[in-house]
Each structure stands twice: as C-alpha cells, then as structure tokens.
Design a protein around this ligand. Sequence first.
Ligand code: PFF
Ligand code: NA
Length: 457
Amino acid sequence: MSNHNIKHEQWSSRLTYMLAATGAAVGLGNIWKFPYIMGENGGGAFVLVYLGCILLIGIPVMMSEVLIGKVGRQAPARSARLVAAQSGGSKHWSVVGWFGSVAGFLILSFYVVIAGWALAYTFYGFSGDFTDKSPAQIGNIFSTLNQSGGQLMAWSGVIIFATTVIVGLGVKAGLERAVNWMMPALFVLLLVMVGYAASTGDMGSAMSFMFNADFSKLSWNGVLVALGHSFFTLSLASGIMTMYGAYLPEKTSLVKTSLWIAIMDTVVALLAGIAIYPIVFANGLEPGAGPGLIFQTLPIAFGSMPGGQFFGGLFFLMLVVAALTSALALIESSVAWLVENRGFKRMQAAVVSGFSIWLLSLLTVFSISGESWTVVTLFATDMSLFDILDFTTSNVMLPLGGLMTAVFVGYVVNTEISKRAIDSTAAIYRLWWLCVRYVAPIAIVLVFLQLSGIVSF
Ligand code: PFF
Ligand code: NA
C-alpha cells in the first residue's frame, strides 16, 4: 500500500486547482437540476433558502473538506484518519472520507443518464431537430427519447465509456485544455440565452417567480431539497473536495478558492434559471415539469432564434463537457480507492468502476423508460428507483456527510491544525468556526428532525 504518488503530486498552479474544482462543481446540478427543483418548490422562497444554505453551510463545509485534504495529503478516508490521529481522535473518523465515496458512486449512476440526455440533445440540436417546432413537438422529442430504454442505454453508455477512458488514461492535460475554453464559453452562451429570454420571453414573470420569496409555497421538504442541493451543487460530501485539497499547493488560500468556486457555481445556477423561466412562462409551460424542464424549454428558444441550430447544438455539447468534468471527479474517488487499497492498476480500476456504474445506471434507465419493476411503494407513495436514488443521495447522504464533516472539523480537529490550514484573519477563522460548530450541525439536525416529525415549527 503505497501512496507516494499521491503525497508528492500537487496541482501545478492555483489556477489549475481552481479550474478542476470549478469544473467538478459546475455541471448538471446547475443547469439541469437547480431550475427544475426551484420550479417544483415554488420559486423565490426556495432560492432564498438555497442561497442561505450555500453561504452558511455549503461554503464552511467545503472549507472543512479542503482542510482535511490539505492537512492529510491523501485520499479522503486516509486523510480524515490522519487528521483525526493528529488531533487525538478515533480512527473511525475515516467515515467522513469513505461515506462520501459511496454517495458519489450512487450519484454517478444517474448522473451519466442525464448527461446521456444532453449528448442526445447535442446531436438533435446540430441536426436541426428543434427548428420551427412548437412547444408540443419539442415535448415529443423528449418523450420519444425516454420511451426507448435502448436509446437511453446507448447515450449514457457513451458517457460512461468516455469517463472510464479519460480517468483510466489519466489524460487530464487534454481535458483541462478543453475545459479551459469550454467553461468560459458555456458561461457566455448562458448569457446569450439570458439575452434571448429577455427579448422574447416573459422576463417579468420569471423574475418575480425566482426572486419574490413567498414562504407559503415552501414546504419543509422543500427546505431539505434546498439543503441537499447546496451540497450536491458544490460537490460536497462526496470526497471530491478533500481529494482535490490533497493536491492543493501549500501557499494557496483555502478561503479565497472556496469562495470563488461557490460564487461561480451560484452564478451559473442563477443564470440558468434566468435563461429558462422567461421561456417557461411565455409558452405556458409548467414550472414544476420536473427533470425534463430544460430539455422541454431551451430547444423552443433554439428552434426559433437566429443561428439556433448551431447554438443549440453547442449549448448541449458544452453541457456534456460540464457534466463530464463532474463525472470524472465523481468516479475518481472509487478509482483512487481501488488503486490504493486493492492494488489495482489505474486502468483496471477505471474499467471495474465504469462497469459497476453501468450496471447501476440501468436502474435509472429503466425507471425513465417506465419499466414497471422499477416502481416501488415507499411510505405509501409510488417512487421509481431513480427517484429513490436521487432522494437518498441528495437529501439523506449528502446532508448526513456534511453533518459528520462539520462535527469532525468543528469538535475533533485541534484548533491549531485548523487555524494553520485556514491561514486567514482571526475574524474569518472565527466566522468559519462558528458555522461548522454551531450553524451547520444545528441547521442540518433541525431539518431532519422536522421532517421525521420529531419536532415541528
Ligand atoms: N456538483 C456537480 C453538479 O452540480 O452537477 C455534481 C457533483 C459532481 C456532485 C461531483 C458530487 C461530485 F462529487
Ligand atoms: Na454545481
């Protein structure tokens, strides 16, 4: 069991670290998931709670995860164990590391299927399938794709294959170069979409939907969804930030980089909402349409705007790239685990992980294509296996992982260690410390208790 290759390797520069971490954060969560869960949970109040979660829980927990990696300089479970040992804590704190890897693995199994949708839409877009189509016809494209389990398998198969090969070969350089221009380009295209939505859509209704906080529309379950999504979107509680922190150059400020990643991620999510909702309202579509929302709205815009064929294809292509950079981060922790703990070669580990992801992804594929065996009755409601996976990871495992991290770093880790790693002003350290010790754990526990019916506000 050697980890020399891990201890010594560091990001070549602060910029590469930021790009990789931003690449892991910005993905389907921002452009696909955030807009539709906002729609399902009533808009403004949800957005406000979400922003609060990012600021008071997400950012402090992200700093904690990077801290564990920066001090431990190894894969998540070992880093946590090492940091615990240095602080005189139990070796079982390694749970903070491996729990996330399990969550990441489960997330990846449905993430690839959604990325497969985006890949299919790249082809539809470039081949002009959206041109001059009515909203109903656009809706048909989506349902036709989803009726075919074979198609879904094929598209997600390509994504899994690409992820496996890239991680197996470790061709980071090529990917980093692609991300270098694709991320900014995605950002610019989002701005173009916002401009289009402003000129042809119903921007007024969209703005009041997103930014008028009407708390009567937000249930406690919606609060949990906002909390869970703040972890999902920042790639927290999945081992990633610890993994990346392990490669962080000594002099790089953990505070500034964490803030930067969170701000970029939030801006992209809000822009996606501002690009999509004017189209939703102008065309009488349902904000609560669910996971299909962006695939049923954006193509309407591309179908009628000048150059829409090109820009439509390009937009979904960039969504695929954004999803790939996140998928790579997601699979990395299981690959690293197999290499370090089971003596696998990197490519073998990638193939084994990729194949397992493929098997697991079939649950989501057949849930979407409507196979009846995928429907399970839980707590007296019918849920598909996809819903269950999504719910358990985002709304149970991620908040629980975040809670464990906050408790670990806030109560177990020596303050000298955390002060040295955070390396910032006394006021900022204090603020972070208050968040991980009190705000985050109390908020997470209260939301869980409220939902389990033990307390009620
Ligand atoms: N943060 C990614 C997104 O918003 O799409 C999803 C994700 C990536 C979650 C990587 C967890 C992770 F480890
Ligand atoms: Na994100």
